[in-house]
Design a protein around this ligand. Structure first.
Ligand SMILES: [Zn+2]
Length: 319
């Protein structure tokens, strides 16, 4: 959908922008905390004034969609309901059986690029968008997406010396990413941040019009839900899990306000997606239970039925 959005002719010459916001390990049932739900369903939406999700859903064409992680259960493309395969499927549009990441700790194949890299290369309508991929898990950079970092390094008139990224520490990774950013001819930036607060600060800077770090397309992953899920348990009966969700959702709200207040916002066409990579059960995830497989997508533009899964409902085995 991101690819089609960027490829389609621009309405009224508006500049296309994308905010792809991740809430790591956010179970579908957590959304009840911010949705306008009938009393008989329950949930507490009384304090959802500062919810990124609720904010996106105010849009006329906006929608919320049920989805699934973990590939197609029982088939060849079944994969772990883990972080690396979850985000790789979302950013490349194919399951790990194709992109190479079926579990944590695995490297992606450059044959299946992320939409951030493709957009930066001008794959959509010839426009070379400035993009970024920001995350606070070092594994994104020293395990999973080394292919794209190396690709950026190679695409430079005078490439910096190659550093072995596999297993490299934070300082080495950061220095290398900075060096590549300063030399590559492709306008994609990888950003390692220490935590959600630092991620948030960075993303706000990326949407500040005219700012030094401004990007057309941002993809960042907040970790509040996953972090607290592993700590005290996933699900609505865990206060800390809900707090982790509300904290990241409040940051997304603030990010949206920063986007809406851009001086050129009226001349821009934004695709805004908030989604997650997997759910969780008790204090873990990776297996194929409903609690781990159930995910969701919130989008400011209606998602056409042509993007829906077909022939498989996400839950039924061996359909
Ligand atoms: Zn995750």
């Amino acid at each position: 959908m991101v690819r089609d959005f960027l490829s389609a002719p621009s309405a009224d010459g508006k500049a296309k922008k994308v905010a792809f916001i991740g809430y790591d390990g956010c179970r579908a049932d957590a959304l009840i905390n911010v949705l306008d739900t009938p009393d008989e369903i329950g949930g507490d939406n009384s304090t959802s004034l500062f919810s990124g999700i609720a904010e996106v859903l105010k849009g006329e064409d906006a929608g919320i969609y049920y989805a699934y992680a973990g590939g197609e259960k029982g088939k060849d493309n079944e994969q772990h309901t883990s972080t690396a395969p979850g985000w790789a499927a979302l950013t490349t549009g194919v399951w790990g059986a194709e992109n190479g990441i079926t579990d944590n700790g695995m490297p992606k194949k450059i044959e299946h690029k992320t939409f951030m890299l493709e957009a930066a290369e001008g794959a959509f309508g010839g426009v070379e968008y400035s993009t970024t991929f920001a995350a606070s898990w070092l594994a994104r950079f020293n395990e999973n997406y080394m292919d794209e970092i190396e690709y950026l390094r190679e695409h430079s008139a005078s490439p910096v010396a190659k550093t072995e990224l596999a297993g490299a520490d934070a300082e080495t990774v950061t220095q290398y990413l900075d060096a590549i950013a300063g030399s590559t001819d492709i306008s994609m930036r990888h950003k390692y941040v220490k935590n959600d607060a630092e991620l948030h600060e960075y993303l706000l800077a990326c949407v500040q019009e005219g700012g030094e770090l401004e990007r057309d397309i941002i993809f960042g992953i907040y970790e509040g839900t996953d972090h607290n899920g592993h700590g005290t348990g996933f699900g609505n009966d865990n206060y800390k899990y809900i707090k982790g969700f509300r904290d990241e959702d409040a940051m997304a709200f603030e990010l949206l306000q920063a986007i809406y207040s851009r001086p050129s916002y009226e001349q821009e066409d934004w695709l805004i997606i908030i989604t997650t990579d997997h759910g969780g059960r008790q204090t873990w995830h990776g297996n194929q239970t409903y609690e781990e497989r159930s995910t969701w997508v919130v989008c400011n533009k209606g998602i056409d039925a042509k993007y829906f899964g077909s022939g498989y409902d996400g839950y039924t085995e061996n359909v």
